[in-house]
Structure formats: C-alpha cells, structure tokens
Write a protein that binds this ligand. Structure first.
Ligand SMILES: Cc1ncc(COP(=O)(O)O)c(C=O)c1O
Length: 398
C-alpha cells in the first residue's frame, strides 16, 4: 500500500513477526507441507472442559447475547480482584479492573492512557514484539535497555538508572519473560519497584505467564512486594496462557481507579465490551478448579527440559535454561557464517528461513525481539512433535 494512503502513525508499524511466522507455518501446513511450528505462543491443549461448558451455558442465555458494561461483567471484575489477591497477594477493588480483549489490548490501553508524545518508555531487551510498537503508537519514545544471557536476561536497577532521563515516564516489566523465559527473584523485583517508586516512574508489569514457572523459580508481583509502587503501576494479565484460552480473547488491566476509568473511556470508543460469552468462560476459568492448569504446567516443564537438552546437543547452539513461560531462546551466533543446507547463513533471520525451507520447522528470529543472533522456539506443542521438530533442526544443522 503506498504510504500516502495510510496515516504516518500506522504506516510505520510492522505486522507482528510472531503472528507472521505462525501464519506462514499454518499456510504451509494447509498446503500439505509437514511443517512443525515453534513460532506461536499458544498452548496445544484444548480449553478445559468446565470452562467450555460454562460458555455453552452462557450461549443459551439471552442475557449473554447483549452488551456488557465496557469495563466488563461486574462478577468477572470482582473475580479478577479476588484472583489477584489469591495469586499475587495484591489487594485491589473491582473498580480497579478493566476487562480487555486479551492481554495485548490491555497493554495498548495502558500505553495510550499513561503516555504522551515525548515521554520515554524504558524497555528491557530482548522484548516481546508488541511493546515497542504499542508504546510508539501512543507517541512515546522507546528506550531499549539491553540484557544478556550472562545476567539471566534480567535488567538491573543500575542499568535502569543509567537509562533514566527527565522524560522517563514508564518501565515495561515482564516476569516470566517472553521471549527469554527469565523470572526475576523477589529481591530484584523489589529493587526495581523501589527504584520506580522513588523516581515517580510508571511500571507496566505484564503478569500473563504468572502460573508458568518451573523448578525453584517463583512468580512475584511487583506492586504486591512494593506497595509504594502500586499508585503508578498497571498490571497486565489474562486467561490466554494459563487456561489454554488464546482464542477467547479475555485479558485485563489493573491500576489506580482513576486511570482505569480513563482507560475504560478509551475502550468505550474502541471495542465497547469484550464478547459476553467469553467473559462467562473467563469467570469459570478464574473461579473453577486449577487442576488442569497444574497438569498443563507439568507438561510444559517436561517439554522445556527435553527441548533444552536437545538444543544443547546441537553444535553452535547455546541454550540457557528458561525458568518460566514456554519459550527457549537460544543464542545461534556461532552458526552464523556457516553453510547450512547449501546456503551461507549470515543472520538469525536467514537461519529461520533456512529452517523453514530445509527442515520444515518454523521458529521466530531474534531480530523480532531486538536480539539478533538468537531464535525463539515455543515448547507449548505436543511432546512427539517437539522432539521431531528439534531433531529436524539438528539434522539440518549437523
Ligand atoms: C508477554 C506477553 N504479554 C501479553 C501477551 C498477549 O496475550 P493475549 O493473547 O492475552 O493478548 C502475550 C502473548 O503472546 C505475551 O507473550
């Protein structure tokens, strides 16, 4: 599309690279190619039965055929407040909750509500693809703060302080992290929370992977451990990853009541409410048994260990052990410059292309996350498919 046909604001956005990789893999699969997709960040499990049953019941009730209040069903907002107390130890009231069309929409609402043009947003890298695009759409300038495997992909207060200016408005904080799987220990979360509170900096904290932590790692909610930071904290969360509900599109934003009211006003002109039936399903997810969540987590943990082991066995691949979420983020820089499947591979983007062509395996290149020289592989797919996919990568690279 010629640039003049669209606004400058939208013309500068690139489509989500993770969505693009997933779409390409699904397209090839539909054309009969035996593609294994490590690209998408979505559980392979079906949504648990009791949640689907609640949605079925809602479908048959006329009340659920109507609009809900923009901010969400009152009983869902109350359940989110209860769940936040239960899982994070953070005390919030239902008027501090806005139900959104997934966590992604909550993030967009957050940036639009707190950022003005000229504000700076600190973004530790590697970062999830939508943060910089969304912050920029809100007019903010994104200031990336690089982290590396040596520091466990966790940013330090010293780094943040170095990047801070008079224009710093917000920090994006995500633990467990997509794409690296890093999980911040409580003392580091507290240190970052205190730094933000002392400097009057907003924290947009993305807790979407809160239940997906492994081994000794524990999830810590920043505003729960640093109550002084809560007055300038926006929590992002949703049902997508925990309950295998990516397609239902229910997330939420939690923050100070007056900021949530402002974000709700914005949403009232964008999307009105989230699908009523999907809200009923989310209510069942939050208030029902968590047994299936623990079962899915155990499966992810098993797949995580398999994937790490198999990747580490490939010459030229350096794979740290992720502690949370469901991604491995290996460093592939030692492979660059080599001839792979008859082609000299010079970047992780080219490596991803070769893997798709030669191994029929879709991975997301690190370029998408501000970390060239790496690739991201989701381990949220079946055990056999996972093992087959990594074996194919090993074959092509070996
Ligand atoms: C870090 C992170 N935040 C938010 C989201 C958005 O999730 P949702 O499907 O609820 O929009 C994702 C999805 O991949 C994610 O990885």
């Amino acid at each position: 599309m010629p640039e003049r046909d669209v606004s400058r604001r939208v013309a500068r956005i690139s489509p989500s690279p993770t969505m693009a990789v997933d779409a390409r893999a699904k397209e090839l699969k539909a054309a009969g190619e035996p593609v294994i997709g490590f690209g998408a960040g979505e559980p392979d499990f079906p949504t648990p039965e009791h949640i689907v049953a609640a949605a079925e019941r809602a479908c048959r009730e006329r009340a659920y055929h109507r609009y809900t209040p923009t901010a969400g069903l009152p009983e869902l907002r109350a359940a989110i407040a209860d769940k936040t107390r239960r899982d994070s130890g953070l005390e919030v009231s239902p008027d501090q909750v806005l139900v959104t069309n997934g966590g992604k929409h909550a993030l967009y609402g957050a940036f639009m509500t707190i950022c003005d043009p000229g504000d700076e947003v600190l973004l530790p890298a590697p970062y999830w693809v939508s943060y910089p695009e969304q912050a920029a759409l809100a007019g903010a300038e994104v200031v990336t703060v690089p982290t590396d495997a040596a520091s466990g992909y966790r940013v330090t207060v010293e780094q943040l302080e170095k990047a801070r200016t008079a224009r710093t408005r917000a920090l994006v904080f995500v633990s467990p992290s997509n794409p690296t799987g890093a999980v911040y220990p409580p003392d580091e979360v507290a240190a970052i929370g205190h730094w933000a509170a002392e400097n009057g900096i907003w924290v947009v904290t993305d807790e979407i992977y809160e239940h997906l932590v492994y081994g000794d790692a524990r999830f810590t909610s920043l505003p729960a451990v640093v109550p002084e930071a809560a007055a300038r904290c926006l929590v992002i969360n949703g049902v997508a990853k925990t309950y295998a509900m990516t397609g239902w599109r229910v997330g939420w934003l939690i923050g100070p009541a007056q900021v949530i009211a402002a974000a709700t006003a914005l949403q009232s002109h964008m999307t009105s409410n989230v699908a009523n039936v999907a809200q009923a399903a989310a209510l069942a997810a939050l208030t029902g048994s968590h047994d299936t969540v623990y079962e899915m987590r155990a499966a992810f943990d098993r797949r995580r260990l398999t994937m790490v082991k198999m990747l580490r066995d490939i010459d030229g691949v350096d794979c740290p052990e992720p502690e949370g979420a469901f991604y491995c983020f290996p460093d592939v820089r030692r492979l660059l410059g080599r001839a792979i499947a008859g082609r000299t591979v010079r970047s992780s983007a080219e490596l991803a292309e070769v893997l798709l062509d030669a191994a029929k395996v879709a991975v997301v290149p690190g370029e998408a996350f501000g970390a060239p020289g790496h690739i991201r592989l989701s381990y949220a797919l079946g055990d056999d498919e996972l093992a087959e996919g990594v074996a194919r990568i090993a074959d092509v690279l070996g």
